[in-house]
Design a protein around this ligand. Structure first.
Ligand code: CP
Ligand code: NVA
Length: 288
């Protein structure tokens, strides 16, 4: 069993693989009150956890970050000690990953990372679920186009653990040169989109050029424009290939309208599977 889920590597390979198989919802959260704190906007994560906690028999309680007593100078420590008095678990989206680690010092029930600046593990467990649902295998070639961000980091962690997936990350050198992540041999970085071998690609993934934690930067958008997923790239991939995006998307930037709305695009299935995979994840958490 797992206590906190802050990043993909908090799971063993077996645990990770168990999430991608369909499971029956069990009432494992009966009489449990689970708080949801979002320091940043969210549609999918907020709703999929709210509905999922109810489906597992629990009581989801949305806590508005701005309504906590931080503006009256109550400390982070005292706030999470107070939450610890009432709640049996937390779903927490934060601007600073370190706050997840810090909160777990004062809140001694499970905490699930609902996205941080460096990691979005709930997205990637769901995307693995979607990939397996679609292809019935994880022996796949995935191409990640664009920024190396929190979602990409969680994907890299998953690929390091699972090893069946070959991952190519196509990103500008100015971005990849700054990255210090551990990456196994089944992950390659390609800085030039013209050098990509596309004919064995099963799945093309991307995400926004500017994440919530980034400062809006015209320069970064310009740098990434040639890494946008367009029809000419998709048409060179396998016939049954798919396009994935965690959403929300800036259609017309990281992905063209025709790819986003094409039959290859399974972004709404991905969004739905957030609910399914997170319910599976919650079965691995030790709530007692
Ligand atoms: N993909 C994702 O986490 O979406 P939200 O920001 O809407 O939660
Ligand atoms: N990389 C994006 C993911 C949103 C779900 C962000 O952090 O804004």
């Amino acid at each position: 069993m797992v206590k906190n889920f802050f990043q993909i590597s908090d799971l063993t390979r077996d645990q990770l693989l168990s999430i991608i198989l369909p499971k029956e919802n069990k009432p494992l959260l009966k009489e449990k009150n689970i708080g949801l704190i979002f320091e940043k906007n969210s549609t999918r994560t907020r709703l999929s956890f709210t509905v999922g906690i109810s489906q597992l028999g629990g009581n989801p309680i949305e806590i508005k970050f701005e309504d906590l007593n931080f503006n009256r100078k109550e400390s982070f420590e005292d706030t999470f000690k107070a939450l610890n008095c009432y709640l049996d678990g937390l779903i927490y989206r934060t601007t600073e990953h370190n706050r997840l680690l810090e909160s777990s010092k004062y809140f001694n029930k499970p905490i699930i990372n609902a996205l941080s600046d460096i990691s979005h593990p709930c997205q990637i467990i769901s995307d693995l679920y979607t990939l397996y649902e679609r292809f019935k295998t994880l022996k796949l070639n995935i191409l990640w186009m664009g920024d190396m961000n929190n979602v990409c980091f969680s994907l890299v962690e998953a690929v390091n653990i699972i090893q069946d997936i070959n991952l190519t990350i196509c990103t500008p050198r100015r971005i990849s040169d700054k990255i210090k992540w551990q990456m196994n041999k089944n992950i390659v970085i390609e800085n030039n989109p013209s050098n990509l071998y596309l004919n064995k690609v099963n799945c093309v993934m991307t995400d926004v050029f500017i994440s919530m934690n980034d400062k809006e930067s015209i320069e970064k958008i310009e740098l990434l424009k040639k890494y946008s997923v367009k029809e000419d790239l998709m048409s060179k991939t396998l016939q049954d290939s798919i396009f994935m995006h965690c959403l929300p998307a800036k259609v017309g930037l990281e992905v063209s309208e025709d790819v986003f709305r094409s039959t290859k695009s399974i972004v709404w299935r991905q969004a739905y599977n957030r609910l399914v995979a997170q319910n599976n994840l919650m079965q691995l958490i030790n709530w007692d």
